[in-house]
Design a binder for this molecule. Structure first.
Ligand SMILES: NC(=O)c1ccc[n+]([C@@H]2O[C@H](COP(=O)([O-])OP(=O)(O)OC[C@H]3O[C@@H](n4cnc5c(N)ncnc54)[C@H](O)[C@@H]3O)[C@@H](O)[C@H]2O)c1
Length: 367
């Protein structure tokens, strides 16, 4: 079986990635190109030259170049669609792909959507129409992350009591990966409550969507494991000043750290009674496009075998609920018990209402 693959939102210039554009489509395409069972047949971008350049790079016929994704769905009839558009249009385009009746699988970039209602709608429609909907939380596929989970599952740090993270940008943007990794460590358990505060004084749009400058979040999962997360979009945030590492797993008998600021390897463990940290060499780091290729391969494998992907909407919604729950907690100025019963993005609503007044940033595109 050969899957006909299409990409929506090709972007441009992958050599120069920044907060306004990584051209993730090129990385997705590289992932599909590695798979014998996939053939890239079409692409769509509202900017025609972006679509044309992408088609040129991946040998897509001229008949496969579109500026309107709806026409692309009708004409090219793809089995698989990668959505690499900005978060503000993830939900609408995903729902149109699902309802087209031709698409069997969608692999959408993170975050799920720019509102909680949008995220829920995508998940609902995918379930209703039996379409595989996955999200590109590729960081799960680093060997360092996988090994951390194996060490945890092997009881090396006893019972998991708390997960911690430091996100190097906002809770919605980078936090989508951070909360997703926490979900992975707690075996995809849903949250029970969330309590957070945000600081948003200087406009910070990531891929077109507002993200706070700083946030601190505390939450608990239904299995009693607690979480503490910090987001910091400032340069200080990059060195992990607050939490001190990318992810930490605190157990009853030890600690595992991923991406510790003062470590020279991405993974280390300290068991109760140890004199110091033990570095665990996994041969890789926390970021590599290779993890994205693994994510794409995993979604295609799940489509072929009819199995549920760990990157699926059900799991992604757990992380997404904590993101929007954190923003809702800042709006309500209190703890938010889950499930979350809102439709909007509370951070954006607070900006719209004037409750938050970020100073405009001249170098930030309003896209
Ligand atoms: N997984 C990761 O680690 C990671 C890293 C960076 C970005 N991202 C995510 O990838 C997504 C895309 O980001 P990017 O940096 O690739 O963006 P980009 O700006 O490089 O590309 C997006 C493209 O979408 C096109 N587009 C916008 N609206 C469209 C529409 N309605 N129909 C068709 N095309 C449309 C734009 O013209 C643009 O060419 C975002 O959700 C972002 O959060 C994920």
């Amino acid at each position: 079986m050969t899957y006909r693959v299409a990409v929506v939102g090709t972007g441009t210039e992958p050599e120069n990635p920044n907060r306004d554009g990584y051209a993730m489509a090129y990385h997705h395409a590289d992932g599909y190109e590695r798979l014998d069972e996939c053939e890239l047949v079409a692409c769509a971008d509202i900017v025609e030259e972006n679509a044309a350049a992408f088609a040129d790079a991946y040998d897509i016929d001229e008949a496969g170049i579109f500026t309107d994704y709806a026409t692309m769905l009708e004409t090219a009839e793809p089995d698989v669609v990668s959505l690499c558009v900005p978060p503000s249009v993830h939900a609408a385009i995903a729902v149109d792909c699902i309802r087209s009746g031709v698409v069997e699988a969608i692999h959408c970039e993170k975050p799920m959507a720019d509102t909680y209602g949008g995220a829920r709608l995508m998940a609902q429609e995918a379930l209703r129409h039996d379409v595989q909907l996955t999200f590109n939380h590729q960081r799960r596929f680093s060997q360092a992350v996988r090994t951390a989970k194996s060490l945890l599952d092997d009881g090396e740090i006893g019972r998991l009591e708390r997960v911690e993270f430091q996100a190097y940008a906002g809770l919605l943007d980078y936090g989508s990966h951070s909360f997703d990794l926490c979900s992975y460590f707690v075996d995809e358990t849903p949250g029970s409550w969330v309590l957070a505060q945000v600081d948003y004084g200087e406009e910070n749009r990531l891929f077109g969507t507002h993200n706070e400058n700083r946030a601190i979040v505390s939450w608990e999962y239904e299995n009693g494991v607690h979480g503490i997360g910090v987001s910091d979009s400032s340069d200080d945030g990059r060195v992990g000043a607050t939490i001190g590492c990318h992810n930490r797993l605190c157990g009853s008998e030890g600690t595992i750290e991923l991406g510790a600021a003062d470590a020279d390897a991405p993974l280390r463990i300290r068991r109760s009674g140890d004199a110091g940290w033990e570095t665990v060499d996994t041969g890789d780091g926390l970021h590599d496009w290779e993890y994205l290729y693994r994510a794409i391969a995993e979604t295609v494998r799940c489509l072929e075998t009819g199995t549920e992907s760990e990157l699926g909407a059900k799991n992604a919604l757990n992380a997404t609920e904590l993101i929007f729950g954190a923003y809702e907690s800042a709006r309500r100025r209190g703890r938010v018990d889950l499930p979350l019963d809102i439709e909007d993005n509370p951070l954006v609503s607070m900006v719209d209402s004037g409750a938050l007044r970020p100073e405009p940033r001249p170098d930030t595109e309003d896209s």
